[in-house]
Ligand binder design. Structure first.
Ligand code: ADP
Ligand code: MG
Length: 706
């Protein structure tokens, strides 16, 4: 069957007759998909027609009824229909198109566009009718919508409302929802002509994959909207089980295949820990010591270690990894540490250098922004084995980087890396061997759950924080208290404290998120003119991001406005205030990660969870958990209990291991039944097993040998 993720065929010669479309066809052959669209979709890892099928909606919008302007409330999503009163381009300070609307209810609404072209602007002629869908925010002059999807007509009679729910997809710049929706529609039509996605899969029952995909992308007018929103529609459940099964299969194979290879036995972990300890200003906690013992035993064997170390933010995972790296280096091998961002890689290099320099050991940093000469020099050191300790981003494990004797690969903040990256890493040791693997994660998942989720890894837990940490005081405040918060924030910053202001949005694109953060930063600059306020979000170029972080770290900015990009690993010890705007939108694990950015220095820290009422019961419960505990594992447990099936907390909330639809926490109860099924597939249905892995995880080459 044509797997969804096989590499797309290349485009035929110009003028050649178009071949009939299949799921394998490159998606540029679809109507309305030019090279520009294709490159936008490549950013989402979508290349073939079949890939589109598995690009699943993030959520659904209800555009089945028009809301009158007088009934709009901040925070709601609505379809509106109104007259253009006036349209105006302002510079405030960026170019922005503002369109004032009104309707017969006597109320108004402002549309705000940051990106627009001349014909778009010219279209907003006074008196024309706009139908727009978007979320409602409170602006300076009343309610507004930022960058809504809209239609513009002369008479309301030309407009219609949807008769079914509208699927909303993860997007990227250069692509729009309607366009992507049309392309996915075409892909479904192609799939309907093939049989592959209809084939029965043992143990998974009805509906078949294609029927399920249809129901999810194009819910019928009679579809159960509540079930779809709650991700509990039978079609969704079917695909969730299928995806979880694919991942179980993949992890089992990965472990099997990795463990077939030898690894160099390293028996110096305890000695390395002692040597390191002699120069450290602190001693290891009991938990660190225990985990070190577990790692030491693994490393002493001739089979590759496959171990996950879980430990809450600040529990001291890095130094534990450092002991193992030191053991490898002292035995004449190489050890590498991979971080999810350049900033974190640099942070790690600084720590390792501090620890290893007294021992006469050099630490080599490999990042993308090195000049070519520097980079070549360092690559040569890595290739001839001169560099014993190497730190870098995941680029380090891509082809072109050759290690002479890699014996240990450490991966930090594991949830940013999928199975694919772990595979690349497996192949970085000398031919025929596999390096030991140590994966570190701060995503606190209850131990039993971790064992099911990471079926290929043994799990160690650092369940104790180093002594002497000042606790973080957390309060939840309604948006009405925003003025007070701003005032106290201003005072604190004037006293030399630093703060994060995190903007949370559950949006389908980085771009909209970035815009919203920019707007917030602007407003904060108006309210707190005496402060230097920085801004960091996912749409900045790496060096701009870096600069914003560095300004904050070095104290040139006192307040850093950020999107949730800030959540992983960043360490600015002087920052002692965390304000999370619209905290009700985030899940517990994300709130916990964000809060973990403060409480790292000697000063007592505060976390303010600003929320927009009225709170749902679940949101209230989450904020209560955050107020009453800082223990990551208790929070994870509560998360598991509180996360009703009805909660869709945004793309970044899920995706621990790059899942498309399943959420390992929410869907954990489904996993146990799938484990024996996975064994059965590997023993009796290898062909189907392979098909599922290709469909959901990809990477044809390596998985072809089930
Ligand atoms: P995380 O587990 O979040 O990656 P880190 O490894 O960054 O945590 O450690 C957080 C801080 O705690 C670092 O500054 C580290 O040097 C320090 N640290 C680690 N272990 C101990 C310990 N046993 N006692 C005191 N401080 C420690
Ligand atoms: Mg860390």
């Amino acid at each position: 069957m044509p797997a969804a993720r096989t590499p797309a065929k290349t485009r035929g010669a110009p003028g050649a007759a178009a071949p009939p479309l299949t799921l394998d066809t490159e998606l540029t052959f679809l109507k309305g998909a030019g090279p520009q669209a294709a490159s936008a979709l490549r950013a989402l890892d979508l290349r073939s027609v079949g890939d589109l099928l598995f690009h699943l909606p993030l959520r659904y919008e209800d555009r089945r009824a028009v809301t009158r302007l007088c009934d709009l409330r901040e925070g709601m999503e609505a379809l509106i229909r109104a007259r253009v009163e006036v349209a105006d381009v302002r510079f405030a300070p960026r170019r922005v198109l503002l369109v004032a609307l009104d309707d017969d209810s006597g109320s108004g609404l402002l549309l705000r566009f940051f990106h627009f072209n001349e014909s778009q602007r010219a279209g907003f002629v006074a008196g024309r009718i706009v139908q727009a869908f978007g979320s409602i925010r409170a602006g300076r002059n009343g309610l507004e919508m930022i960058h809504p999807e809209y239609q513009l007509v002369a008479h309301a009679g030309e407009l219609s409302v949807e008769d079914r729910l509208t699927a909303i997809y993860p997007l990227t710049a250069g692509m729009t929802q309607p366009r992507l929706r049309r392309m996915i529609g075409q892909a479904l039509d192609v799939a309907a002509r093939e049989t592959g996605l209809r084939a029965a899969l043992p143990g998974l029952g009805d509906p078949d994959t294609l029927t399920a995909l249809e129901a999810i992308h194009r819910p019928g007018s009679g579809a159960d909207a509540e079930a779809l929103r709650a991700l509990r529609h039978p079609a969704q459940l079917r695909l969730i089980r299928e995806e979880l099964l694919a991942h179980q299969l993949c992890m089992r194979l990965l472990r099997r295949q990795t463990r077939e290879r030898p690894a160099p036995p390293l028996d110096g972990t305890a000695d390395a820990a002692r040597a390191l300890q002699a120069h450290l200003p602190f001693s290891f906690t009991g938990a660190q010591q225990r985990v070190l013992n577990e790692i030491g035993e693994d490393l002493g064997r001739e089979r590759p270690m496959l171990r996950l170390v879980q430990g809450d933010v600040g529990s001291g995972k890095t130094v534990v990894a450092a002991c193992a790296m030191l053991a490898a280096a002292r035995a004449g091998h190489q050890a590498a540490l991979m971080a999810p961002t350049e900033l974190l890689a640099e942070q790690h290099q600084a720590s390792l250098r501090r620890w290893f320099e007294p021992l006469g050991l050099n630490v080599v940093l490999l990042t993308g922004k090195l000049r070519k000469r520097e980079r070549d020099e360092r690559l040569a050191q890595v290739a001839d084995g001169g560099a014993r300790i190497v730190v870098g981003t995941h680029a380090m494990f891509q082809s072109g980087v050759v290690f002479a004797r890699l014996a240990l690969a450490v991966v930090d903040e594991q949830h940013r890396f999928g199975v694919q990256q772990r595979l690349q890493l497996r192949d970085k040791g000398p031919a025929g061997t596999s390096p030991h693997q140590l994966v570190m994660s701060a995503t606190p998942i209850p131990r039993t759950l971790a064992q099911t989720l990471y079926a290929d890894l043994d799990v160690s837990v650092i369940d104790e924080l180093p002594p002497g940490r000042t606790p973080i005081a957390t309060v939840a405040l309604a948006q009405e208290k925003r003025g007070d918060v701003l005032q106290r924030l201003g005072e604190a910053c004037r006293e030399g404290r630093q703060a994060y202001w995190v903007c949370t949005l559950i949006e389908e694109s980085d771009e909209i998120e970035a815009q919203a953060a920019a707007v917030t930063a602007e407003k904060l600059r108006e309210s707190l003119p005496e402060l230097n306020i920085g801004l960091v979000h996912g749409r900045l170029k790496p060096d701009q991001k870096e600069l914003a972080m560095r300004d904050f770290k070095d104290g040139r900015t006192q307040l850093l406005v950020a999107t949730t990009v800030i959540e992983v690993g960043v360490d600015v010890p002087n920052a002692s205030i965390m304000i999370i705007d619209n905290a009700e939108r985030l899940g517990l694990s994300q709130l916990h990660q964000l809060r973990g950015r403060v409480g790292r220095g000697a000063r007592a820290s505060q976390c303010v969870l600003l929320y927009q009422g009225p709170l749902s019961q679940a949101a209230r419960a989450r904020l209560d958990v955050m107020r009453t505990t800082t223990d990551g594992f208790r929070i994870a447990q509560a998360d598991l209990e509180l996360r009703g099936p009805g909660e869709l907390l945004g793309r970044r909330q899920t995706g621990l291991v790059g899942l498309k639809l399943a959420d390992p926490v929410r869907d954990a109860p489904l996993v146990p039944a799938l484990q024996p099924l996975a064994d059965e597939y590997l023993d009796r249905h290898p062909h189907e097993a392979q098909r599922l892995i290709l469909r959901w995880v990809g990477d044809v080459e390596r998985y072809a040998r089930v």
